[in-house]
Design a protein around this ligand. Structure first.
Ligand code: NAP
Length: 251
């Protein structure tokens, strides 16, 4: 393995690790040598991600926390800060679909809390020891809707646009202190998050027809970007939002 991408001896926190993109990222970091602390709403010690990470010879510790519960997120942050991880991937996220004109405000509030506010609250705590030590990697999961408006998902678009801003804000303050803050913006990836789009023949074919790569993304399409942004290979990269989108944004 090229030393630039070697994560042996590193401890990584990956949120949303139970399935989808987070699971793929956790397994990719473990394959590169990192031990993993996984977090998600319903994570259990015998979930597939735990087994896969251990099969790779790395340790896995799981925490089940609802990111809609601010108190629980703060308590988790304190526990994780005590473990002084080298890497934090803020990937857990939810989505609610309804037209803007009738979008329930409680959905707006929940999505903003889970996808934006809790991400900042957790990062503040977990990055504390990184800043003291003078090294660390923080990676957010952004979205195409960090750049575009989306359809029927105003809260999600607001949250993911906010994540782009938080990425740059933290990068500005922390790049000089040895902590790299960046984001990965996945394109349209086949996970539970996009199930409703893929089930709608019209949306599904219009999305597919606009992806230059000619296919939906798979969770493991995010593996390389995750390893890059969590490794020494990206030591001079800060405030970047790396699109992994089959060319969607370039179109
Ligand atoms: N799929 C795409 O096309 C796409 C594109 C751009 C960005 N993203 C972003 O990528 C990230 C991962 O999404 P995905 O596509 O992998 O979706 P997914 O398969 O639905 O996975 C979402 C993950 O986030 C966790 N999560 C959801 N709500 C939570 C809450 N209230 N508290 C704690 N954890 C919670 C889930 O936990 P449980 O498994 O325990 O339920 C799950 O592990 C999200 O931030 C999403 O917005 C996805």
């Amino acid at each position: 393995m090229n030393a630039l991408f070697d994560l042996h001896g590193r401890l990584a926190v990956v949120t949303g690790a139970r399935r989808g993109i987070g699971r793929a990222m956790a397994e990719a970091l473990a394959a590169a040598g990192a031990d993993i602390i996984g977090v998600s709403a319903r994570l259990r010690d015998d979930d597939e991600v735990a087994t896969a990470v251990r099969r790779l010879g790395r340790s896995f510790e799981g925490h089940a926390v609802d990111f809609a519960d601010r108190g629980a997120v703060l308590a988790l942050g304190a526990v994780l800060a005590g473990r002084a991880p080298d890497i934090l991937i803020n990937n857990a996220g939810t989505i609610e679909r309804a037209p803007a004109a009738t979008h329930p405000l409680q959905w707006w509030d929940r999505v903003i809390e889970v996808d934006l506010s809790s991400q900042f609250a957790l990062t503040q705590l977990v990055a504390g020891p990184m800043l003291e030590r003078g090294s660390g990697k923080v990676v957010f999961t952004a979205s195409m809707l960090s750049f575009q408006g989306g359809i029927n998902v105003p809260g999600y678009t607001a949250a993911k646009s906010g994540i782009a801003g938080v990425t740059r804000a933290l990068a500005n303050e922390w790049a000089g202190r040895g902590v790299n803050v960046n984001a990965i913006a996945p394109g349209y990836i086949a996970t539970d998050n996009t199930e409703a789009l893929r089930a709608d023949p019209e949306r599904s074919s219009s999305i597919l027809g606009r992806i230059p790569a000619g296919r939906w993304g798979r969770p493991d399409d995010l593996a390389g970007a995750a390893i890059f942004l969590c490794s020494a290979a990206s030591d001079y990269v800060s405030g970047a939002i790396l699109a992994v989108d089959g060319g969607w944004l370039g179109r």
